[in-house]
Design a protein around this ligand. Structure first.
Ligand SMILES: [Zn+2]
Length: 272
């Protein structure tokens, strides 16, 4: 296998990760995405050599070159994670150790290339939702809109499967969003925000209703366990809010990897 290609994919992912850091922090503070990067503390404009993914952080030993204030670990970590996730997505779609032929121009291969880009887009949105919900308890509408567009694009690369698109994925988005909408409505926004309703709808649209509901189920269980642990260690009180987004993302990722097997298992258990 071509290791140089894998290296470039990692590098590409890390650069996108660098952009995701900007998205996470600027969209929440309603700053524009354009404009030069600057230090959060002294607002000094950063030079190109301050902006090399991962490498720069270690070169300047985690401190701003201009004001010496500490730079958040979030930056190199997101860059690293995005690079690795891009590699993983790539190797899932084109089994790494086989020959792959995305660069020969047949209709199938071009569709696969599009599929790869949409998958990278989807995982990028997941990373942004995970971190910004954890950090700010907020997810920008722009990120949700982008996620929806990437999922739509992903489904459209399966031209042969257009019928399930109408009979499965669109109804599924309503089915998966319904329980979250009810919680949102009954708790009067205290337990769930409207953002959670939208995320659930997109998850249903991506996974279908079975895996979508299972992803929610995992999210509720892991979220509850996390909440109980925090209460035991007295980090939180019973009434304090816990971000739901990160747990939805955990559920979705597990379903993307093992969803088919779990659905099969459940069907067999109930003799369906
Ligand atoms: Zn600074």
């Amino acid at each position: 296998m071509n290791y140089l290609l894998l290296f470039f994919i990692f590098l590409f992912g890390a650069s996108i990760g660098s952009f995701l850091n900007v998205v996470i922090d600027r969209l929440i503070q309603e700053e524009s995405l354009s404009g030069r990067s600057h230090c959060d503390h002294c607002h000094h404009k950063l030079a190109w050599y301050d902006l090399i993914p991962i490498v720069s952080f270690f070169l300047i030993k985690g401190r701003c070159r201009y004001c010496r204030k500490k730079i958040s670990w979030q930056y190199p970590m997101i860059e690293m994670i995005t690079g690795l996730v891009f590699l993983l997505v790539f190797s899932f779609q084109f089994s790494v150790f086989n020959e792959f032929s995305i660069f020969s121009f047949q209709k199938e291969n071009i569709l696969n290339l599009f599929k790869l880009f949409f998958s990278w887009g989807i995982t990028s949105c997941f990373i942004v939702i995970f971190i910004s919900d954890l950090k700010y308890h907020l997810v920008s509408d722009w990120v949700l809109l982008s996620l929806f567009i990437f999922v739509l694009g992903f489904h459209l690369t399966n031209f042969n499967h257009f019928q399930p698109f109408l009979t499965n994925f669109i109804p599924s988005s309503f089915i998966v969003a319904l329980p979250i909408f009810l919680i949102y409505f009954i708790s009067k926004e205290r337990a769930m925000g409207f953002g959670d309703v939208i995320i659930s709808a997109i998850i249903g649209f991506l996974l279908g209703w079975q895996k979508g509901l299972l992803a929610l189920y995992i999210a509720v269980i892991t979220g509850a366990i996390y909440g109980i642990v925090l209460i035991i260690f007295r980090q939180k009180k019973l009434k304090s809010k816990i971000a739901f987004g990160p747990f939805i993302i955990i559920g979705v990722v597990l379903m993307l990897i093992w969803g088919d097997r779990v659905v099969e298992m459940i069907k067999r258990m109930y003799g369906l």
